[in-house]
Design a protein around this ligand. Structure first.
Ligand code: KG4
Ligand code: ZN
Length: 349
């Protein structure tokens, strides 16, 4: 079964064709980065306008690259939530029109669950998919979620951020210091040339023994303190006083602490859940320090999507869409987009 996947939740306009949920025949990602870069962040109005201008051509290119015609598409999957509302509506409207015109099934899917599905995609030889259950690490510009995954859509949130998302912290720090856009990519590159011990930024104390509710926060993270330290309190956390601090040192020190925060919560989740396989997804899953740190960790197996499927892409949407279709789930043409979802908050007992 060939599914067309449409993704327009933020600043990537993407369409893909995926066969039987895993084999990627094409994945076209038209990035709007140059249009948002002057503002150092995504401008929602520009994003939805660009999606409107591009979606037809992007979908056409996805069909052409897969070497198939419109009539060969068996179903359409599309991101329905969460994301920028105006941007989501463009993709959803396109997908609805395509499905209606062809008389084929439509399925609106969750963007974050699709990120978690991304590691099951493949361009060539398909390895056996990681068996459920496993630990999910969902790290993007808007979310930081550590969860237990029992199936492609059965997710229990074990930990989340109590304030900013990890990608957001990368973006804000990079924006403040003028490191480049998108911030995560810029900091990852600069950090390779910097000294990660130049600044000793503090870890959030929310998991410490003796603090109220520390048990509840074992798998949670916080980034507002680190963001503030790396933007407003640099002098206070400088470990090496000699010479002028280099931008690369700020990037390396910030990235070290940002990833340490994530790993501490993740390792607690592994210990508490007894799960020893971690599947990562989302833009920050492309981070080289995160990948290297997890690869070096003994007794924890980590699985990352290929970099092509870490950021926003239509292939992960088509892939997870197929799994819903296989069990006969469909969305009505009246389905609406929603900017947020409830399910990504931890249930505090
Ligand atoms: O999943 P994604 O493409 O879009 C959202 O769903 O938010 O994630 C975008 C986020 C941005 O915050 C970006 O700075 C971050 O992923 N990012 C990275 C890296 N590449 C992208 N963060 C750290 N290191 C990277 N290499
Ligand atoms: Zn995303």
């Amino acid at each position: 079964m060939k599914v067309l996947g449409i993704e327009t939740s933020c600043d990537e306009c993407s369409a893909a064709i995926v066969e039987d949920g895993r084999r990627v025949l094409s994945n076209v990602v038209a990035t709007q980065i140059p249009f948002h870069a002057p503002f150092n962040g995504v401008v929602p109005e520009i994003a939805s306008r660009k999606h409107t201008e591009w979606i037809y051509a992007v979908a056409k290119e996805a069909l052409d690259n897969a070497g198939i015609a419109v009539r060969d598409v068996d179903a359409v999957a599309v991101t329905g939530r969460p994301g920028l509302l105006g941007s989501l509506i463009v993709g959803l409207s396109f997908a609805k029109a395509f499905a209606w015109a062809r008389g084929i099934p439509l399925i609106a899917v969750d963007h974050m669950k699709a990120h978690l599905y991304a590691s099951r995609l493949s361009r060539g030889e398909e390895a056996d998919p990681v068996p459920y259950p496993f630990l999910g690490l969902l790290v993007s510009g808007g979310h930081t979620i550590i969860c237990r995954a029992d199936d492609f859509d059965d997710i229990t949130v074990l930990g989340t951020t109590i304030d900013d998302a990890v990608g957001e912290a990368f973006d804000k720090v990079a924006k403040h210091h003028g490191f480049g856009y998108p911030g995560g990519v810029a900091i990852d590159g600069m950090a390779k040339l910097g000294d990660d011990g130049a600044f000793r930024f503090p870890m959030p104390r929310l998991q410490e023994k003796g603090l109220r509710h520390n048990r509840d926060h074992r798998c949670d993270v916080s980034y507002s303190g680190l963001k503030n330290a790396a933007i407003n309190q640099l002098g206070q956390f400088r470990a090496k006083k000699e010479g002028e601090p280099r931008p690369e040192d700020i990037a390396a020190s910030f990235q070290k602490t940002a990833i340490d925060i994530l790993l501490r919560a993740l390792f607690n989740a592994a210990e508490d859940s007894g799960l020893s396989t971690v599947v990562a997804g989302g833009g920050v899953a492309a981070n080289s320090r995160l990948r290297e740190s997890l690869a070096a960790r003994q007794n924890l197996q980590s699985v990352f999507p290929p970099p092509e499927f870490c950021g926003d892409n239509g292939a992960m949407i088509a892939g997870i869409g197929y799994q819903y279709l296989k069990r006969n789930d469909r969305s009505p043409l009246s389905v609406t987009a929603s900017a947020r979802v409830d399910g990504f908050k931890k249930k505090v007992l």
